[in-house]
Design a protein around this ligand. Structure first.
Ligand code: NAD
Length: 492
C-alpha cells in the first residue's frame, strides 16, 4: 500500500500545506543502492571527555575535529561523538559543547552516532552520566528531523564495533533511530572479531582471531576441509561460489542462510539482501506458498523449502535438507490473529504462539543441538515493537514477540560459549507489507506517523539490519534486540 501522504509532502504544494497546518513532515529517506552505496559527505569525529578509544584503527575515514570548530566547511553526512570518556556531570557538558555547533549543518538523512562506555558498577557517577547518554540520544533522535538518525553504541573497543559503526554510518540503517546497541558485552571479544569489510591485512588478523576462538571459516584454499569444532565440512555446498570471506562486497560469501517465511514480505527482502551479500539462501515457507518461494529462490540462485515451521520435526527436516550445515538462521515467519483477549478463542492464541514463538524455540534447539548451525553462525529472530510496547487486540502476538526478546537474552551468551553462534533479534515497527496493508486505514495512518521519521519502514530496512547482524564481522554483537522502527513512540 503506497504511502500517499509521504509522496504528497515531497511536492512543493504538499510541503507548504502540511507545514502551514503543522502536520508531520516525513523526509524521503536515502537508502542503500548499488549506485549510492555510501553516505555522501564528510564524517566528523568529535570527542567529549578523555577517550582511550582507538578509532583511527578502523577504516571508517573519520575526520577528527577539535573543540575550536564552530561551523564545518562542508555539510557532514555523519557525526560520531566519542563520549566513552565521560565520567562525571561536568564532562557531560562537553557532549553539548561538541554537538551544538555542528548539529544544524548535518546533511539530510545524515547520521549521528554517540559512543558510550559500559556502565561502571563501581562508579555511580560514571554510570549516571553514561546512562544519561541514552536519554540524550533518544531525545535528540526526536528533534533532528529531515531523515536524520541518532543512535548510541556502548562499546569497550573500536575494532569490535567496526561492523556496527559501518552499518549505522551507512544508508543501510535509514530506518534505525533512537537505538542503544551494546557491542562486546556478551560477544566474542575484540581479539576474535573484526570486519569482513576490511583489507587483506586486517582480514587475515581477523581470521587468526576467529581461529583462536574456534570460529574460523575455512579459507578458500581450505574449502572442503572440516572446521575446527564443527561436525560439518565447510565450503562444500554444491554450486556455492567459493569466494574469500574477506570480500568486502560479499561478506556472506560461501555461507548458507535460511530464512523462514521468505516467500513474500520482509522475509523475501531478507533473503534478497543476504543473497546480495553473497549467501546461498534457502527460502522456507508453508507448502501453500511453495510457488512463490520457488520464484524467490530461483531469482536469488537459492533453494526453496516447502515446510510448515510448526511441524514438530521441522528442525530435523531442515537438517536433512542441509547436509552441509547452515551459517545464518533467520526466524522471520510470523502471523497475527488479532482479537481482544475477552473475545479470543484458544485456537487464535495457540496458532500465534506456535508460529511466532514455539517453533522458533524448537527449531533453534534442534539446529544447535544437532550441529547443523555451524560455529561462527548467526541466529536472527524477529520480534516486534508490539511485543515491547503491548498492543490492544494483540495479547497473543505481543506475548509471542516479547518471548523472542526473552529467548535472545537468555540464549545469546550460552549459544556463543557452547556453539560459537550469536543470537540477536530485530524488532520491526510499522513496516509496509501485506500484513500492515490489512490494518484499518486510521490505525495504519497512525502507525506510519507515530515515529521520529514520520513514515513506515520498508521490508528492506529490516533486511539490512538482519544482514548487519548476520555479518561475520558482527561477532561482538550478541543478545541484542534492535528496533527497526524509525524510533516509534510505542514502547520507546
Ligand atoms: P507476511 O504475512 O507478509 O509474511 C509472513 C510469511 O511467513 C508468509 O510468507 C507466510 O506464508 C510465512 N509463514 C506464516 N506461517 C508460517 C509457517 N507456519 N511456516 C512457514 N512459513 C510461515 O508478514 P511480514 O509483514 O513480512 O512479517 C514478517 C515478520 O515480521 C513476522 O514475524 C512479523 O510478525 C514481523 N513483523 C512485521 C511487522 C510489519 O509491520 N509488517 C512489524 C513487526 C514485526
Amino acid at each position: 500500500m503506497a504511502d500517499r501522504y509521504l509522496s504528497f509532502t515531497g511536492t512543493a504544494p504538499g510541503r507548504f500545506l502540511t507545514r502551514r497546518l503543522g502536520l508531520p513532515q516525513p523526509a524521503a529517506l536515502k537508502r542503500w543502492s548499488p549506485q549510492r552505496p555510501a553516505l555522501e559527505g564528510a564524517r566528523l569525529l568529535l570527542t567529549a571527555g578523555k577517550s582511550d578509544l582507538d578509532l583511527a584503527s578502523t577504516d571508517l575515514a573519520l575526520t577528527t575535529t577539535g573543540p575550536e570548530l564552530t561551523a564545518p566547511a562542508e555539510k557532514p553526512a555523519a557525526v560520531v561523538l566519542d563520549a566513552t570518556g565521560v565520567r562525571d556531570v561536568e564532562t557531560l557538558a562537553e557532549v553539548h559543547a561538541a554537538l551544538h555547533p555542528v548539529l544544524r549543518s548535518v546533511a539530510d538523512s545524515g547520521r549521528i552516532v554517540v559512543l558510550g562506555a559500559p556502565l561502571d558498577p563501581a562508579d555511580h557517577h560514571q554510570a549516571a552520566v553514561q546512562q544519561a547518554l541514552e536519554g540524550f540520544t533518544r531525545s535528540l533522535g526526536k528533534e533532528v528531523g529531515r531523515g536524520r538518525t541518532v543512535n548510541l553504541i556502548r562499546l569497550t573497543d573500536a575494532p569490535a564495533a567496526g561492523s556496527t559503526l559501518r552499518f549505522l554510518l551507512s544508508p543501510k540503517s535509514a530506518y534505525v533511530s533512537g537505538q542503544v546497541i551494546e557491542v562486546g558485552t556478551t560477544g566474542v571479544g575484540t581479539a576474535a572479531v573484526g570486519s569482513a569489510h576490511t583489507g587483506s591485512t586486517e582480514a587475515d588478523s581477523t581470521r587468526a582471531g576467529l581461529a583462536e576462538a574456534g570460529l574460523a571459516k575455512a579459507s578458500s584454499t581450505e574449502a572442503g576441509s572440516t572446521q575446527a569444532g564443527s561436525p560439518r565440512a565447510a565450503g562444500a555446498v554444491p554450486g556455492v561460489p567459493d569466494r574469500s570471506p574477506a570480500d568486502p562486497e560479499h561478506p556472506l560469501a560461501g555461507r548458507i542462510a535460511l530464512v523462514t517465511g521468505a516467500a513474500r514480505g520482509i522475509g523475501e527482502a531478507v533473503a534478497e539482501t543476504l543473497a546480495r551479500d553473497g549467501a546461498r539462501v534457502v527460502v522456507l515457507d508453508v507448502p501453500s506458498a511453495e510457488q512463490d518461494a520457488r520464484r524467490v529462490a530461483d531469482r536469488l540462485g537459492g533453494i526453496a523449502l516447502a515446510l510448515d515451521i510448526t511441524a514438530p520435526d521441522a528442525g530435523a527436516r531442515i537438517a536433512d535438507a542441509l547436509p552441509d550445515g547452515l551459517d545464518v538462521l533467520v526466524h522471520n515467519a510470523g502471523i497475527t490473529r488479532d482479537r481482544r483477549l475477552v473475545n479470543m478463542p484458544a485456537e487464535r492464541w495457540s496458532s500465534v504462539l506456535d508460529v511466532n514463538l514455539a517453533s522458533v524455540l524448537r527449531t533453534t534447539d534442534a539446529l544447535l543441538a544437532g550441529g547443523t548451525l555451524r560455529r561462527g553462525g548467526r541466529i536472527v529472530a524477529t520480534a516486534s515493537i508490539a511485543g515491547l510496547a503491548g498492543n490492544a487486540g494483540q495479547t497473543n502476538y505481543g506475548a509471542s514477540k516479547a518471548g523472542i526478546a526473552g529467548l535472545v537474552r537468555s540464549l545469546a551468551p550460552r549459544a556463543l560459549a557452547e556453539h560459537g553462534v550469536t543470537v540477536n533479534a530485530v524488532a520491526p515497527g510499522f513496516i509496509e507489507t501485506r500484513m500492515t496493508a490489512a490494518v484499518p486505514l486510521f490505525i495504519r495512518e497512525a502507525g506510519r506517523r507515530m515515529n521520529s521519521l514520520a513514515q513506515g519502514g520498508l521490508p528492506i530496512d529490516v533486511a539490512e539490519t538482519t544482514a548487519w547482524l548476520a555479518d561475520p564481522g558482527s561477532g561482538a554483537v550478541n543478545g541484542q534486540v534492535v528496533r527497526v522502527c524509525g524510533q516509534s513512540l510505542l514502547g520507546a
